[in-house]
Design a binder for this molecule. Structure first.
Ligand code: GCB
Length: 578
């Protein structure tokens, strides 16, 4: 080969490689997508179940250049192509695959999703594809080109596809893999169903070249009349003028960003405060050039002082219940506004002003519904049980999931607590890992309280001690206990005293016992409603005596599927602790 030609070609090849590298499609998260110009890609998608990942790896287990993401078709009858999306099965998006096809109930592995669309982007506009969530690992391709990869099953991600989209026959292909991994977040072992798939909406977002990518507008910590935060533009060329308007409160502020499109903002505002009794939301309009976002934001403060939790400066008690993201009525992963309305209405019927959304970020409908219904929320990431505390990649993953949920929900008044972990074993590596997450949460959101659901221990047979060293770094101490279920019989609660080593509010974030709906018997017989009722009576009598108790969320609002629960006729793969 002519070497001169090679050296001339090399920069061009590099340029081509650069132009089509994944980095150009990676995009910072766009927030408040419900008030953007969007096109839904929900509905039926073609799918290929691929347990051996044949569409990704060749027979030497090397990534294939001609994987399923190419959506190849035979060009002549002699061509060998061993897959075909268009004649394959369909599944609905959003939705887990497990409950849409009996064969997939226990499936853990790869499923390829494909959806075609036409799209005409107006000149001067940019286009993004936004995924509400994909459980767990998603590799995303448009028209055969890789856009990127996202890890984490419960948080949103997006890619910019402006340069790749064409007017006709775009094909968007996503490889979704829900294999559990020891180093993942969550890890191999949980107590919930590993629902796989494109479990939340997929949306195209069209915006002008310069647009409002994100903003943070909340009452400043401790202030009832000062809003403070920031605005972030994408695609800003030089300084830009941005306005923030709250028409109902006659507020209009104008600020100028720096050259990178960022501007801090602070202004005095006399606002009707958000609370469970009166969940007031204001229309807030953020605008720049020809782009505006109209959000509905509630304003309130949340603080911890001594053992009290203060909402708008006044002590509150969190009357809660835990909820898994399990769809009411139809089962499977919940995702819709209707699912959220039903679940939260049930919580309200029980007298709740608070819900713990266990054990991972729930869909945005849930949070927005809680805003509208006046229910305070504990939001959590799946740092659950036995994470690989020493692995920097695991930490980076957890930190990223935390950052994504905070980015998505930081303007929601209902969210009062970020929880960084559930029932994790005390130890140096774990403490360091979790303190790292707490620092990250505080740096992204200085307004909310930090918590975690910790375990407790026996100081002596009659004394429960809450003294997890993580407590020092938290604002609210969360604690799970199963006295009367995993820990003795219900009556055991009668002679237990609680000691807490820190002068901070305590929330009993889980307690309870299982019962099969409709199963009756003596109160000493496990799984009966009578056992469960008796357990709650003893629990409540005990908890009433805990001086720093400022909230509780029994386990759990609704039965949920779990592979850890095989007992025939009683559990049948459901955790029955509702
Ligand atoms: C717990 C866990 C929760 C389980 C529950 C149970 O402590 O935090 O995820 O589902 O107990 O039912 O055992």
């Amino acid at each position: 080969m002519n070497l001169k030609r090679v050296s001339l070609l090399a920069p061009c090849l590099l340029l081509v490689t650069f132009c089509t590298s994944q980095a150009q499609f990676e995009a910072p998260l766009i927030t408040s997508i419900s008030s953007r110009a969007t096109t839904s890609l929900n509905g039926p998608w073609q799918i290929i179940v691929d347990p051996y990942e044949t569409g990704y790896y060749d027979y030497r287990f090397q990534p294939r250049a001609d994987g399923y993401f190419k959506n190849s078709k035979p060009k002549s009858p002699s061509d060998l192509i061993e897959y075909d999306f268009d004649s394959s099965q369909q599944l609905n998006v959003p939705g887990d695959w497990n409950t849409q096809d009996d064969k997939l109930l226990f499936y853990e592995g790869t499923v390829w999703y494909k959806r075609s669309f036409d799209y005409v982007t107006k000149p001067g506009r940019r286009l993004f594809v936004y995924f509400g969530a994909a459980n767990y690992l998603a590799d995303v391709y448009l028209n055969g080109q890789k856009l990127g990869r996202h890890e984490g099953g419960f948080t949103p991600f997006d890619f910019e596809i402006t340069t790749l989209v064409r007017e006709k026959n775009n094909f968007l292909i996503v490889k979704v893999d829900n294999k559990r991994r020891r180093d993942a977040v969550p890890t191999l072992n949980t107590d919930w169903w590993n629902y796989g798939g494109l479990t939340r909406s997929v949306t195209l977002i069209e915006v002008p070249n310069t647009f409002i990518q994100d903003y943070f507008l909340q009452l400043k910590k401790g202030s009832l009349d000062e809003v403070s935060g920031w605005i972030k533009l994408s695609g800003a060329i030089g300084k830009q003028v941005v306005s923030v308007e709250i028409p109902e409160a006659s507020i209009k502020q104008t600020i100028t960003t720096d050259a990178a499109g960022y501007a801090p903002i602070a202004f005095k505002a006399k606002l009707h405060l958000w609370s469970p009794q009166d969940p007031k939301l204001y229309e807030v309009i953020v605008a720049t050039g020809d782009n505006s976002v109209v959000d509905r934001i509630g304003f309130r403060t949340i603080e911890a002082r001594g053992t009290d939790i203060l909402l708008n400066g006044k002590p509150i008690f969190l009357r809660g219940v835990c909820i898994h993201e399990e769809a009411p009525v139809r089962g499977g992963r919940a995702f819709s506004e209707e699912d959220a309305r039903i679940l939260l209405a049930w919580a309200k019927d029980l007298g709740c002003n608070f819900v713990r959304l266990a054990h991972y970020p729930h869909n945005e409908n849930m949070i927005r519904m809680a805003d509208a219904m006046g229910i305070m929320v504990w939001s959590e990431i799946p740092v659950y049980w036995t994470i690989m505390w020493d692995d920097p990649a695991t930490f980076a993953n957890a930190k990223n999931q935390l950052s994504e949920v905070i980015t998505r929900d930081k303007n929601r008044a209902s969210v009062i607590l970020w929880s960084v972990a559930n029932e994790t074993p005390v130890g140096d590596a774990r403490n360091k890992f979790l303190v790292g997450l707490i620092d990250q949460a505080r740096s992204l959101d200085p307004t909310r309280l930090l918590t975690a659901a910790n375990e407790r221990r026996y100081l002596d047979p009659n004394t429960q001690l809450v003294d997890d060293p993580l407590g020092e770094h938290l604002d609210v101490l969360g604690c799970n206990e199963y006295v009367g279920w995993y820990d003795g019989l219900p009556e055991k609660a009668d002679h237990l005293t609680w000691k807490v080593n820190l002068n901070k509010p305590l929330v009993i974030s889980e307690f309870g016992g299982d019962a099969l709906f409709g199963l009756h018997g003596d109160k000493n017989v496990r799984w009966t409603e009578e056992y469960q009722k008796n357990l709650y009576e003893h629990q409540l009598a005990m908890l009433r005596k805990v001086p720093s108790l400022r909230g509780m969320s029994p386990w759990i609002l609704m039965d949920f599927r779990s592979p850890r629960r095989p007992l025939p006729r009683i559990q049948d793969f459901y955790n029955r602790r509702d």
